[in-house]
Write a protein that binds this ligand. Structure first.
Ligand code: NDP
Length: 274
């Protein structure tokens, strides 16, 4: 219903369902401005990662906003080369220091590195149990990765952040996560602007006076998926979030679902080498 609205994670932490992604937002002025504009526009959720190398700028923008810490939901992610128990604990401290924060709202395992992600998860469980982080989760975990994690650990991840857009719905994975209480979250939700190439999405938008990007982000929320479109441009940051004054009808949700081709724009979680 509004930009500050939240979903409740399975541990009752409130996660704003709309946020700003900052992948490829350059450290320094670019990311600082983007986060500032987003907070000014009413965004309350920022998604960064150690590998984005812009945590310092994100932290400075948060500080500059003069907002209360508890009013902003901040996510970061442990990078692949830091996976393992001790190295993850250390990576968390490094991220906090760069962000100049004393806790994160959500800390994610960025990719399911084979042979390591269970130890990494144990470190996240420790951080969570000790109250150092409000929620913990994973990213790019397919069902078999989740099954292994659920089998070998204590705490069910609160979030799974996945590539998700009209060409890659992965409805079965979405349903599986829902059945386990794992909140689904979309990365590359607007296919880096390419959703505008799809005539049906444009056509639905015309009915409501909205762009294809806005229709797609609204579709995310109506599917129960938390979304974090990235932009470094003020007008886009504002317009991307202008999606709370219309509602897609079920037929339109189904028309967008029907574009699904199981097609990735990014790496395959079963076959990555970084
Ligand atoms: P998005 O689908 O959010 O698209 C971002 C791109 O689209 C940018 O190039 C941006 O350019 C452009 N754009 C933004 N708004 C508009 C608009 N209204 N019209 C046209 N173009 C637009 O892709 P991302 O890959 O950035 O994904 C979003 C976030 O998800 C990331 O920033 C990151 O936080 C997270 N992510 C997580 C991953 C993971 O492995 N967990 C992997 C990838 C992303 P400009 O900035 O110039 O406006």
């Amino acid at each position: 219903t509004d930009l500050m609205g939240t979903v409740s994670l399975h541990n009752s932490v409130q996660m704003p369902y709309f946020g700003l992604g900052v992948f490829q937002s350059t450290e320094g002025e670019e990311v600082f401005n983007a986060v500032n504009w987003a907070l000014e526009a009413g965004y309350r959720h920022i998604d960064t990662a150690a590998i984005y190398q812009n945590e310092v700028g994100v932290g400075k923008a948060i500080e500059n906003s003069n907002m209360k810490r508890e009013d902003i939901f901040v996510t970061s992610k442990v990078w692949n080369s830091d996976q393992g128990y001790d190295s993850t604990l250390n990576a968390y401290e490094v991220s906090l220091k760069k962000l100049n924060l004393d806790y994160l709202d959500l800390y994610l395992i960025h990719w399911p590195v084979a042979g390591k992600f269970i130890d990494t998860w144990k470190a996240l469980e420790k951080l969570y149990t000790e109250g150092r982080v409000k929620a913990i989760g994973v990213s790019n975990f397919l069902q078999h990765h989740l099954n292994e994690l659920l089998y070998k650990s204590e705490i069910v991840p609160m979030v799974n952040q996945m590539e998700f857009h009209p060409l890659l719905v992965q409805q079965r994975l979405l349903d599986f996560c829902k059945s386990k209480g794992i909140q689904y979250q979309a990365w590359s939700p607007i296919m880096r602007g390419k959703v505008a190439d799809y005539e049906i999405i444009e056509r639905i938008g015309k009915k409501y006076g909205k762009t294809a990007v806005q229709v797609t982000l609204r579709w995310d929320l109506q599917k129960g998926v938390v979304t974090i479109p990235k932009s470094v441009k003020k007008e886009r940051i504002i317009s991307n979030a202008d999606i709370f004054d219309f509602e897609l009808i079920p037929e339109e949700v189904a028309q967008i679902d029907a574009l699904d081709k199981n097609e990735r724009t990014g790496p395959d979680p079963d076959n990555f080498n970084f």
